[in-house]
Design a protein around this ligand. Structure first.
Ligand SMILES: NC(=O)c1ccc[n+]([C@@H]2O[C@H](COP(=O)([O-])OP(=O)(O)OC[C@H]3O[C@@H](n4cnc5c(N)ncnc54)[C@H](O)[C@@H]3O)[C@@H](O)[C@H]2O)c1
Ligand SMILES: CCCCC[C@H](O)CC\C=C/C=C/C=C/[C@@H](O)[C@@H](O)CCCC(=O)O
Length: 257
């Protein structure tokens, strides 16, 4: 699928990986709705992006992915402004083992909300034109990360949900592809103040830092390369693309049948 003139929604679009995905989409000729809780930075960034890529290419909409109503309203506003939705990147996520219910509501339930509301506009069976939904998990969605069990659970959930949606789409004819990216550590503000974010597991912060040293740190552009591959390659559906500094690989899962 070529990205030129496509319409995309990115959650958590103002910082880090979401910002890089947004910039990549704009560079490839797409229009992007930037959804984020950070209104001041979001408006400033959108002004800059419109100067760089052309007026009206980027639209900031304040949205907390914990709120189904805010997701519904902002996706609707995207459709009214741009004329549809072809691509959704459910990227917003947090690390906080202390306020773990918020982490579940953001990382897992936020992805499910964004997927279902996106489908209301994209499903070919209900008048949409199809497209692709790409969710942001983590390498902690493939294997356990001892210092953050709830974060691990949310990311395993995102991987399982995305794979099941890919299979459901194929079986039902939604015309939407569903894929998930599983990066190792990425150079963003997300990695700041790790011990505080680990709550009752803060005593495992040193082990987490050691794992960062062992694995190394990805740049955001290494993640956007994965995004581009999954968005443009029409053969990819129900895939989990794992990326770490040594390279990227499609995850293989045991079959129980
Ligand atoms: N940085 C890493 O090492 C890493 C590794 C693997 C996966 N990830 C995942 O990638 C995604 C993005 O992480 P990042 O490193 O860019 O983080 P980041 O903290 O740099 O940026 C996150 C963005 O999401 C926004 N956000 C947070 N909560 C939100 C909410 N409830 N609703 C809407 N927006 C919200 C923030 O305002 C911010 O703009 C997350 O899902 C994270 O779990 C990050
Ligand atoms: C504390 C920082 C959390 C950042 C979370 C990001 O999503 C980045 C996750 C990156 C890598 C995760 C790797 C998980 C690996 C496990 O499967 C396991 O192999 C690690 C075991 C480590 C240990 O025993 O200490």
């Amino acid at each position: 699928m070529a990205l030129n003139n496509k319409i995309a929604v990115v959650t958590g679009a103002v910082m880090g990986i979401g910002r890089a995905v947004t910039e990549t989409l704009l560079q490839h000729g797409a229009k992007v709705a930037l959804l984020d809780v950070n209104e001041i930075a979001g408006k400033n960034l959108t002004e800059t992006l419109n100067q760089q890529h052309g007026t009206g290419k980027a639209l900031f909409l304040k949205c907390d992915v914990q709120s189904e109503q805010e997701i519904k309203d902002t996706f609707q506003k995207t459709v009214e402004t741009f004329g549809g939705i072809d691509i959704v990147c459910n990227n917003a996520g947090i690390l906080n083992e202390e306020t773990w219910e918020k982490a579940v509501s953001t990382n897992l339930m936020g992805v499910i909300r964004g997927t279902y509301v996106g489908m209301e506009h994209m499903n070919k069976l209900t008048g949409g034109r199809g497209g692709v939904i790409i969710n942001m998990a983590s390498m902690a969605g493939i294997g356990p990360f001892p210092s953050c069990p709830v974060y691990t659970a949310t990311k395993h959930g995102v991987v399982g949900f995305t794979r099941a949606m890919g299979a459901a789409s194929e079986a039902s004819g939604y015309g939407i592809r569903f894929n998930v990216i599983c990066p190792s550590f990425v150079q963003t503000d997300f990695l700041a103040n790790i011990p505080e974010k680990l709550g009752r597991f803060s005593h495992l912060a040193d082990a987490a830092h050691k794992l960062v040293d062992t694995l190394g740190i990805l740049s955001v552009s290494e993640v956007t390369e994965c995004f581009l591959e999954l968005a443009t390659d029409e053969s990819k559906n129900g895939e989990a693309l794992v990326v770490f500094p040594k390279g990227k690989t499609y995850a293989k899962f045991p079959s129980v049948l």
